[in-house]
Structure formats: C-alpha cells, structure tokens
Write a protein that binds this ligand. Structure first.
Ligand code: ADP
Ligand code: MG
Length: 420
C-alpha cells in the first residue's frame, strides 16, 4: 500500500479522529458533502437523526464515519452496528464503502443478504463482527436462528428507508427494531421522506432531529433531463437510434417489468456487445456477476428494473434511459440519481432520457411536478416516433409530437456542469 496522503482541512472541523482523517484522505475524500457535514457531528454526539439528501450525495459515509468512530473491535465479536438496506446489491456496496473507510482499523464488516447460502454467513457471524449490513429478510432469519446477536447493538441505520417501505419491508423492519436495545442510536437516511417514513421514524426513534439537504430539487440540477414522445411499438427503434447518437460511456436502461427487462436485453444484446440485464428473479450469483462486470465496464448497457437499479453506485454511468416511465414518480428521482454522481473532482454530470407514450402525458406532468422542473423535449433527426393518428395526413405529413418546436439538429444545447 502506498503512503497515506496527508489529512486535509475539509473533514478536520468535524471532530474526527486522526485515524479517520487518514482513511478519508486515503479514500481521496477531501471535502465533506453537505449531508456529511450536517450529519457527522450530530451523529457523533449520539443523537437520533433523520437525514434527507438526494441520491449520490454521500449518505453512506455520513453514517459510516460516526459508526466507525464509535465501534471497537471486541473479543466477543457481537455486532455493535446494524445497517438495514433494501437490496442485496446495496448491502454489498455499503459494506464496500464502510470497509474502505475502515482503513487502518481492525473493524470487521459483514454483509448478510438472501440468495446466498446462510451457512457461510452464520460461520462469519460466529467468528465475530463489529458491523453488519443486511437486507431485512435475511437479518430476521439470522435473528431467529440466534446467529445474529442484538444485545450489543449501539447504532442501527435504516438506509434508503423510503425504498425499504416501498418494497414491503415495513413489518420486517419493525420486528427488527423492536428487538434492538432501547438505548441504541437510530439513524435514518432517505432520498425522500414520505409520510410512512416519517411515521416509522417517529415511532422508533427518540426525538429524531430532521435534516433536509434537498429542500427544493430532489433530482439534481446537475443532470440534463429530456423526454421523447414515442409510440410503444417504436420505443425499441428509438432506443437504438438514441444509443447511436449518444454513444454513452455507460448507461442504465430502466424497464417496468422483469420480463420486459429480459426481452429487451436479449434483443439489444444480439446487435450490441456489452449488454446485460439485472432484475429480482435472477439468481444472486448471476446478479453479482453482472454488477461486477458493470463496475468494471465490461457491461456498457445495463437493463434493469427499479428495485435492483436503485442505489447502484457506479461512477461511470453517463446515461439513464427510462424505456418505460416509472410506476411511481419517486422512482424517477431514484433512477435519474444513478447518473450525475460525484466525480473525483466533486463535479457531477449526466443525462437522462425518458420515453413517454402519447397516453402518458399525465405521468410526465407528475414527474415534472415531483422534481419541480420541466423535462426538455428531444427528438432524433429523421426518425418519427409517433404515428400520425389522422388518416388524411397519414401518407403526407410526418408525425409531430405535441409540445413546443425543438431546435434543429437534435439535443438542445443546454448542458450544466455544476459542483455539488
Ligand atoms: P447516496 O447514499 O447519498 O446515494 P453514496 O454514499 O452512495 O451516496 O455516495 C456516492 C458516491 O460518492 C460514492 O461513490 C462515494 O464513494 C462518493 N463520495 C461520498 N462522499 C464523498 C466525499 N466526501 N468526497 C468524494 N466522494 C465522495
Ligand atoms: Mg445510499
């Protein structure tokens, strides 16, 4: 390992140990993000916190840093921190981030999630670990078997709380929280805080302080967001042409259903190398493999469903394409948050395209109201996306989707590059 770079000023005002500052320098985190600057000092004091900040703003480190400062390697090895996350992919990702920040410590971090044999995890738990990251189902399973000891938990984190509730983890989460020691600290992180999250927080947290870092814009201004009006049966052709035009470094294409995801991946994969898909019906091994290939850029175009696509943090993602509009507008925010993530220089950029069928005008408006911003209409030169409905015009006039006319020559010029 190379020499550690010198600790920097950015984090040194937050009351962190020299060990932590070294780990941060090692990770090349020079400045805390707003959610980190806000949460870390309060979390270090032991308060219960509800932190809201948009995707990609460093919420993981915001809870990982205070946890690492608090837990200590123990001989007995009962977990001292438990982090609940909605998906297996996130469990792996969060474990990775904590391990990175545990640089120079002996702290053990273990991920427990379904789809992997329980035995290996049980063995690792019995050998002892300070931090456990897990999906609620598998955590409950280990609790029931007595392999996950709850008695020494000092900190419990609900990460991506909104999504955990969306996918029906509420009863599991409540069961887990009821079994946690009463005097623990609870941290809840979420990109959005709808009513059910707020109620959960009030019920299981002690005077939680609410910190909101995304008051106005939920989906970053750092991301250029466009839409196409397109007939359902022309979406595939549009996708091909859009990929041709954009030549994305790496893209995630979101579909609404698992079968749709499969079908699109097969069709697109026939013509293009580097296409893969990921959804909840795939075996864990296959999902892990695809994510690994995506991280290593062997996969350039990942076709995904919302549940799995959520929270994926792959820094190279330049394009998000919503092949189907999301069922819930919150999902739009999460999908688009997959791009526009922080670069090494603290600058984010990315672009998102949403395919809207002529019947989905209402959905488009809902999204725009949700993000408080209008999507810009785009079109592909010489490609008609909407069939002309009027019989008389059919052979003579090209289809003209509704909305204001667009500049000739494809994508409007506006590109924002802006520090987070
Ligand atoms: P969120 O949970 O808010 O969606 P993540 O915790 O996944 O965001 O962080 C997004 C990316 O930003 C990760 O790649 C992470 O390593 C990076 N990151 C986090 N904090 C910093 C920082 N202070 N400086 C630079 N990069 C950071
Ligand atoms: Mg996160």
């Amino acid at each position: 390992m190379s020499d550690s770079p010198a600790p920097t000023d950015g984090f040194s005002d937050l009351g962190l140990s020299p060990l932590m500052l070294t780990a941060l320098a090692q990770a090349e985190y020079t400045e805390p993000t707003p959610v980190q600057a806000g949460l870390i000092p309060r979390a270090l004091q032991g308060s219960d916190l509800l932190g809201q900040a948009r995707t990609g703003t460093g919420k993981t480190a915001a809870f990982a840093i205070p946890i690492l400062e608090r837990v200590e390697r123990s001989k007995q090895g009962f977990p001292q921190a438990l982090i609940l996350v909605p998906t297996r992919e996130l469990a792996v990702q969060v474990r990775g981030e904590i391990t990175k920040l545990a640089f120079g410590r002996k702290t053990r971090v273990l991920a427990v999630y379904g789809g992997k044999p329980i035995r290996g995890q049980t063995e690792k738990l019995s050998r002892g670990t300070e931090v456990v990251v897990g999906t609620p189902g598998r955590v409950l399973d280990h609790m029931a078997r007595g392999t996950l000891k709850m008695d020494c938990l000092q900190v419990v984190v609900l990460d991506e709380a909104d999504r955990m509730l969306d996918i029906g983890f509420r009863p599991d989460i409540e069961k887990i929280l009821r079994r946690c020691p009463k005097d623990r600290q609870t941290l809840l992180l979420s990109a959005t805080v709808p009513g059910p999250v707020e109620r959960l927080a009030r019920r299981y947290m002690q005077n939680p302080e609410s910190l909101n870092f995304s008051p106005k814009e939920l989906s970053g201004e750092t991301i250029d967001q466009f839409y196409f009006t397109v007939d359902q049966d022309r979406k595939y052709e549009l996708l091909k042409r859009l990929l041709d035009r954009e030549k994305p470094r790496q893209a995630i294409v979101f579909c609404r259903t698992k079968r749709g995801t499969d079908r699109l991946a097969v069709k697109l994969g026939k013509k293009n190398p580097g296409v893969a898909c990921i959804h909840g019906d795939m075996h864990q091994g296959a999902r892990d493999r695809v994510m690994q290939q995506f991280r290593e850029s062997d996969v350039k175009i990942l076709i995904a469903t919302d549940v799995v696509g959520r929270g994926i943090d792959v820094s190279g993602v330049s394009h998000i394409i919503n092949y189907d509009t999301p069922t819930f507008c919150d999902d739009y925010v999460h999908r688009v948050g997959r791009t526009g993530r922080m670069g090494k220089d603290g600058i984010a950029e990315g672009v998102a395209y949403t395919f809207v069928t002529p019947e989905e005008g209402g959905e488009l408006t809902n999204i725009e109201m949700r993000i408080n911003k209008l999507l810009i209409r785009d079109e592909i030169r010489d490609f008609t996306t909407v069939r002309v409905k009027d019989v008389e015009q059919k052979e003579t006039a090209p289809a003209k989707p509704p909305g204001p006319p667009l500049k000739k020559g494809g994508r409007p010029k506006r590109r924002i590059r802006r520090a987070l």
